[in-house]
Design a protein around this ligand. Structure first.
Ligand SMILES: Nc1nc2c(ncn2[C@@H]2O[C@H](COP(=O)(O)OP(=O)(O)OP(=O)(O)O)[C@@H](O)[C@H]2O)c(=O)[nH]1
Length: 228
């Protein structure tokens, strides 16, 4: 018999099924260092009583300077594609991705916002009600890292204090290596700690460091266990 929690439509793809607890990028800037879902979460999932642990749907907003790679990050994650041509986001774009976590249907609403100043007031209208804020910067451009403080401040202003999980994501990792990469990551980890954010370095071009969907699993892990 079909559970009342099962969504209508086709089943989620294999790489959207999450049954083990996802890992962080670096223990130096992580929201959780746990290895397993909290017992309360597992038990609630088994009982199909996930209302008590907040599973179901989370809103993610992705903010950061223009050209840092926000759209590319989302397109890699949602469609597994990379486009080398730049098309500025006008205002906002939106994707929805379905998952199954510990047997329970779960969706991520992902809002891609424009980095251009002239679209900021349109984009900021969509910050409200976010459970997750991803502040993105370009690992090859230190100024974009500095600007993440302001992006985060703007996004937090539209949300209740303490209601959002924050991620700091360095993009275009394929363009950096060796000491330059280590230096950029060290600065980012430092800032992530100040922001109380989890840090990730990624490349939408090469899909590194994803084992499929790994980055989002980190986000999911945080969304799945609010307050636990
Ligand atoms: N080498 C490399 N280039 C990337 C990567 N991610 C994005 N780019 C390129 O960077 C440029 C900007 O990427 P977008 O994803 O459009 O940037 P955005 O932050 O969404 O820009 P706005 O919509 O203006 O805010 C494009 O030419 C992308 O192809 C990456 O991981 N590696």
């Amino acid at each position: 018999m079909r559970s009342s929690l099962m969504p209508l439509g086709p089943p989620v793809s294999r790489d959207r099924i999450i049954d083990t607890f996802p890992k962080w990028y670096t223990p130096d800037a992580s929201l959780q260092l746990k290895e397993h879902f909290h017992g309360q979460v597992s038990a609630a999932c088994e009982r199909r009583n996930t209302g008590t642990v907040g599973l179901k749907l989370s809103k993610v907003v992705v903010v950061g300077d223009l050209y840092v790679g926000k759209t590319s990050l989302i397109h890699r994650f949602c469609k597994n594609i990379f486009d080398r041509d730049y098309k500025a986001t006008i205002g906002v774009d939106f994707e929805i991705e379905r998952f199954e976590i510990a047997g329970i249907p779960y969706s991520l609403q992902i809002w891609d916002t424009a980095g251009q100043e002239k679209f900021k007031c349109i984009a900021s209208a969509y910050y409200r009600g976010a459970q997750v804020i991803i502040t993105a910067f370009d690992l090859t451009d230190v100024q974009t890292l500095e600007h993440t403080r302001q992006w985060l401040e703007d996004a937090l202003r539209e949300n209740e204090v303490g209601s959002c999980f924050i991620f700091l994501v360095g993009t275009k990792k394929d363009l950096l290596s060796g000491a330059a990469c280590e230096q950029a990551e060290a600065e980012a980890v430092h800032l992530a700690n100040e922001m109380q954010a989890e840090y990730w370095s990624v490349s939408a071009k090469t899909a590194v460091p994803w084992v499929p969907r790994r980055e989002c699993k980190g986000i999911l892990q945080s969304c799945c266990c609010p307050g636990i």
